[in-house]
Ligand binder design. Structure first.
Ligand SMILES: Nc1ncnc2c1ncn2[C@@H]1O[C@H](COP(=O)(O)OP(=O)(O)O)[C@@H](O)[C@H]1O
Ligand SMILES: N[C@@H](CCC(=O)OP(=O)(O)O)C(=O)O
Length: 285
């Protein structure tokens, strides 16, 4: 599958997982990686593309700031960690953006932002104005007031959130940066025979089964939530790539059409309505 057409993408959402922006050994922020990430995103913006970053990491950052050794399990503790971590995360992003004389914007969303018509319109308007002004919005779930992501893992994890954001703003591209090169036939950390899949035309039930493996100690959703995200993104008309965040510069290479990561092909479903999707049972609560 020739990916040269990816060069023409105009509006891109990039999601960065906790495992990508923190050091596995200590849980501290990987500042070099964040620095590169900010440079790559601003460069895409300088090429005339509209860019949104969905950044995880609030809980992981808050947890290390509070000196907790283990991944927190209780919801209230996760929320407290997120409250500390989100502020710290944005402080670092602001500092890095300032090096290029840019200011990021913070958008924190919950399921209710999306299912309430007024809030959803407000969020959409805010994204539009920010992108018009050339600002790169940095999105995360509002973990301190929302328990959906933390308890149920449905809105939930930022993989789904990034796809919902992509659909909300009519993005034509979604890139999920993870700790793995893309989709395999099974979790390669547990199954050495797992086979790499570089292109997905249609998301079948068999494919969904492949993502049911484990989750890393800092990550949330594993591959299952990335496949769920791919469904939303590709139905809404955005191509999606899952790639390894080890080398952040590959974001530019992906946008240049290089064959990196697993590509899920967009197939605009004319019947796809974000609201219908959000009305499915897990979003009704
Ligand atoms: N079929 C699969 N292909 C690739 N990775 C898988 C698969 N099933 C489970 N995984 C796991 O998903 C992990 C990535 O998800 P996650 O831990 O949530 O990280 P992130 O912070 O990127 O969201 C991989 O490290 C891998 O162990
Ligand atoms: N909103 C949470 C992240 C949840 C999440 O999806 O994490 P990840 O699997 O690392 O993308 C946080 O900022 O800690």
């Amino acid at each position: 599958m020739d990916r040269a057409y990816l060069k023409d993408k105009k509006r891109v959402v990039v999601k960065i997982g906790s495992s990508t922006i923190t050091h596995a050994s200590t849980g501290n922020l990987n500042l070099l990686k964040m620095e590169k990430l900010v440079r790559v995103l601003i460069d895409l913006r300088n090429q005339g593309k509209e860019v949104v970053l969905v950044s995880s990491g609030a809980i992981a950052v808050g947890r290390t700031a509070m000196g907790l050794k283990e991944k927190p399990r209780q919801t209230a503790l996760k929320q407290a960690c997120a409250a500390v971590g989100q502020a710290k995360l944005m402080m670092v992003y602001q500092k890095l953006f300032a090096e290029y004389n840019q200011v990021p914007a913070q958008i924190l969303m919950t399921k209710y932002t999306m299912i309430n018509d007024v809030s959803r319109d407000n969020a959409q308007n805010t994204f539009r104005e920010l992108l018009n002004m050339g600002v790169i919005p940095i999105v995360n779930e509002n973990d301190t007031v929302s328990t959906d992501e933390l308890e149920f893992g449905d809105f939930g994890d930022n993989d789904t959130l990034s796809a919902i954001v992509a659909a909300l703003i009519n993005a034509d591209m979604l890139i999920l940066m993870s700790d793995i090169d893309g989709l395999y036939s099974d979790d390669p950390h547990n199954n050495p025979d797992a086979v790499y899949i570089d292109y997905v035309e249609t998301i079948t039930e068999e494919l969904e089964e492949m993502g049911k493996g484990a989750v890393t100690s800092v990550g949330t959703g594993g591959m299952a939530t990335k496949i769920a995200a791919a469904k939303i993104a590709t139905d809404s008309g955005a191509d999606m790539v899952i790639a390894n965040g080890e080398d952040i510069n590959i974001i530019s290479s992906i946008m240049e059409g290089q064959k990196i990561g697993t590509l899920f092909k967009a197939h605009k479903d004319d019947n796809f309505k974000l609201m219908d999707y959000l009305q499915t049972k897990q979003y009704k609560k």
